[in-house]
Design a protein around this ligand. Structure first.
Ligand SMILES: [Zn+2]
Ligand SMILES: [Zn+2]
Length: 265
């Protein structure tokens, strides 16, 4: 089950890490999760075809997760896209997406349409079916309405589940969503010495990400959304997660392809 991190940082990027965003894909279809930096360039850097991007899932309204949308939409139009781009987001996020469309305006003179689809704040909601995989969402606990995602691949060559926490404090619905997954991608914005701040900002520490992985019984944990001040201490976050979770814990590389069947690092 292939996916790549187009970014792995929290809200402030560094030379090494950009804002967290992901691409899930099969040979036929690419689904983006969140949209930051120069998304069109990131898709190319990932070795993917921007025209095969069928959909974008916007997890929540915080700037670091969606500010790239006008650029992506504009670049796709200039590059000659003809097929509709579907954008999925919680109802509470929609005013920002409508705002982008009016501000620029993204559809005028463009050879393709952008379709906005509401995601209801329901546990296990089926968001979309792509060629080779499907995506479900569950509300998580953050400073803005937000969702975690479960991506299930059912192609003959690729089977398994990857769950992405997005920005959240520890919460039972996310643990339920992650139950038995092959890979849990979980945010670890802060060290556990900053647990109070993590809780008040709707984030998680490395230690807590390990607890979630253990409680959900996942095979493998990949951390992300690191505060910029910790970009040179990510091994400390990894050590924290290993205190509470016995399985493999990884710090991701941006633009590396990950698969469910990969040998653990
Ligand atoms: Zn964030
Ligand atoms: Zn956020």
């Amino acid at each position: 089950m292939p996916f790549q991190f187009l970014g792995t940082s929290g809200a402030i990027p560094s030379p090494a890490r950009d804002n967290t965003a992901l691409a899930f894909y099969s040979p036929d279809e690419v689904v983006l999760v969140d949209c930051s930096g120069s998304p069109y360039q990131k898709i190319l850097k990932a070795g993917l075809d921007p025209m095969r991007v069928s959909s974008l899932i916007v997890t929540h309204r915080h700037v670091d997760h969606l500010y790239g949308i006008p650029s992506l939409a504009h670049n796709m139009g200039l590059a000659g896209r003809r097929t509709t781009l579907r954008v999925y987001a919680l109802t509470e996020t929609m005013p920002i997406l409508h705002g982008f469309m009016q501000l620029f305006p993204l559809e005028e003179k463009m050879p393709y349409r952008i379709e906005l689809h509401d995601i209801p704040a329901k546990e296990g909601h089926p968001v979309l079916e792509a060629k080779g995989f499907r995506v479900r969402s569950t509300p998580v606990k953050h400073g803005a309405p937000n969702i975690g995602l479960r991506v299930e691949f059912d192609a003959p060559a690729e089977r398994g589940a990857v769950v992405y926490s997005c920005d959240t404090s520890t919460c039972p619905p996310l643990i339920a969503l992650a139950r038995g997954a092959d890979i849990l991608i979980h945010e670890a914005t802060f060290l556990h010495s900053d647990a109070a701040r993590a809780a008040s900002d709707g984030h998680t520490t490395g230690y807590q990400a390990g607890e979630v992985a253990a409680q959900a019984g996942v095979e493998r944990l990949i951390l992300c959304h690191f505060a910029a001040s910790l970009h040179d201490q990510v091994d400390e976050l990894q050590r924290e997660a290993r205190q509470t979770y016995n399985g493999p814990v990884e710090i991701p590389e941006e633009f590396r392809e990950y698969r469910v069947g990969d040998p653990h690092c």
